[in-house]
Structures are given as C-alpha cells and as structure tokens.
Design a protein around this ligand. Structure first.
Ligand SMILES: [Zn+2]
Ligand SMILES: [Zn+2]
Length: 281
C-alpha cells in the first residue's frame, strides 16, 4: 500500500500509453490517494479521469504540463495544478501549441525521409493513437523500421536538439506559461528542475508557486538540495513519476518516487489563498 500521491502523469491525451481511465485504475490499485493528470499542452483527458475516479476515494487533480523555451535553449516544462480545464483562453492557447507540435512532427518525418531513414506518417500517427503526435512516437517508428536500436539513440541521432532531424517548434516563454496557468486559476510548478535552477528566481517573480522536488531518478542528495531551494524561495515541494507507460521513456512506475499527501493539502491551500485574494480585489 503506497498511500502517497503522484502529481505527474501522462495519458493517451498526449504521449502516454494508458488512457486517463486506465491511469486512474492503476493509481487505485497502487493505493494512491491522489493523482494529477498532467498531459503535455492539453487538458483533454481530465474529464475522463475525473469521471473514472468518481465514487472512489482517489482524488484527481486537473493538471497540465506546458512546454516552454527558456533562454539558453533549455526545454523548460511548467506544470499547472487545479487549473480550470474548461477555461476558453487556456484551451485556445493549448490548441495553438498542439497545432505547432503537429506541424513539427510532419516536418521531422520529411527530414528523416531526406536523410535516408524514412518512417511512414501513417505509422507515426497510429503509434500516437488518440494522443497528439510527438517525438516519442517518431522515435518508436524509427526503432520499428530498424534505423536505430532504441528510443534513446533515436533522440541522440535524429530527434534531440541539434540532431540530424531536429526541428524547433513554437513555444510559450516560461513566464507566459506561468501567467496562463495563474489566469486559469491554477498553481504553477517548475517540472524536473535539476538542470534549470538558474531560472528559478526569475520565475518566482512572475508567480511560480512550486518546485518538483520528488522526481523519478533524482537521488537523495538532489532531492535534499531542491527541497532547500524550495524553502528558500517559498515554493511548494511537489513531485511525481512523469509516468508515460512502459517503454516510452526511461523506466519509471506510477507512484514512484513516493510523494506525501501533505503536498496536495499545500497546493489546495495555495488555490484557496489566491481565490480569497481575488475576491477581495
Ligand atoms: Zn516534462
Ligand atoms: Zn511530464
């Protein structure tokens, strides 16, 4: 019995392998008390997850993970918790980001063709299923076509930044993503921050409220360091597995590392504080 929470999960609504309802079932089996669905640039899976958890003691937190481009060409992901996932302007912005992801995927497939390592768009789309096509699906297609022997080497040789078929895409800046999450009532958190700590002070100034301290693969010393940083900047120390399903990214399991339920209480408190402040204004 785990009894903890997992605040970083991907479903078939983006590039995960399990549907939102399957993730809820899995979390329930693991004995988790709460999960957040944090699909890349979409909240399309949230209602299904909420429905699946109805009548159980598992809490589902509406979430999102927005991809942004930070100075110095860093991929920087901002998680948003307790967003109003039906908010029209949030949905519109996310739709624009998804469209750019799709355009980019098509360009990558063309670039691979030109590089003499073709994969079919039909196969890439089929691998994405109902989710939005992303580089992990192209990586799987490259493995299937035997151009590379692993997803990692697909990224290394073709898909990663600076690699042969790397294509940039339109992204928000980190402050814009934070403002978007705040505007839809959510709590913005810096995801997997290990290599991004120099950005923290600037992000705190625009409203960052949390730091992903407990993360799959972070050793004790790293967590300790990040926990201290969170305290220094008055940030909530959140965490999750970044689970995408077996085989998509590096090995991870739902509910690992263990994250205490108190994190959810802190997030809820942050939401209540903001609501009270808006009511006064
Ligand atoms: Zn991420
Ligand atoms: Zn993620």
């Amino acid at each position: 019995m785990n009894g903890g929470v997992d605040l970083h999960l991907h479903s078939t609504a983006s590039d995960g392998q399990w549907t939102p309802a399957e993730l809820v079932e899995l979390a329930f089996q693991k004995g988790l008390q709460a999960i957040a669905l944090t699909d890349h640039d979409t909240t399309e899976g949230v209602d299904e997850a909420l429905r699946a958890a109805q009548g159980t003691r598992l809490r589902v937190i509406p979430g999102v993970e927005i991809s942004t481009d930070a100075p110095g060409h860093h991929d920087l992901h901002i998680l948003g918790y307790y967003i109003d996932h039906h908010d029209a302007s949030l949905r519109e912005q996310l739709e624009m980001l998804r469209q750019s992801r799709l355009d980019r995927a098509r360009k990558i497939v063309r670039a691979l063709d030109q590089a003499g390592c073709p994969v079919s768009w039909e196969r890439v789309s089929a691998l994405a299923g109902e989710g939005s096509v992303g580089r992990p699906h192209i990586a799987l297609a490259l493995v299937e076509a035997e151009h590379v022997d692993s997803v990692e080497s697909a990224f290394h040789r073709f898909l990663g930044r600076g690699a042969l078929a790397y294509i940039p895409r339109l992204k928000l800046s980190p402050p814009d993503a934070i403002r978007l999450i705040l505007a839809s009532g959510g709590v913005p958190v810096l995801a997997h921050p290990r290599h991004l700590i120099e950005h923290i002070p600037r992000l705190v100034r625009v409203g960052l409220a949390g730091l992903e301290v407990y993360y799959n693969g972070y050793i004790e010393a790293e967590r300790h360091f990040l926990a201290k940083l969170a305290i220094k900047h008055h940030l909530i120390a959140t965490g999750g597995s970044d689970f995408h399903g077996p085989g998509i990214t590096s090995a991870t399991d739902i509910g690992h590392p263990e994250v205490p339920i108190s994190v959810v209480e802190q997030l809820e408190k942050a939401v209540r504080r903001r609501t009270a402040r808006y009511a006064q204004e």
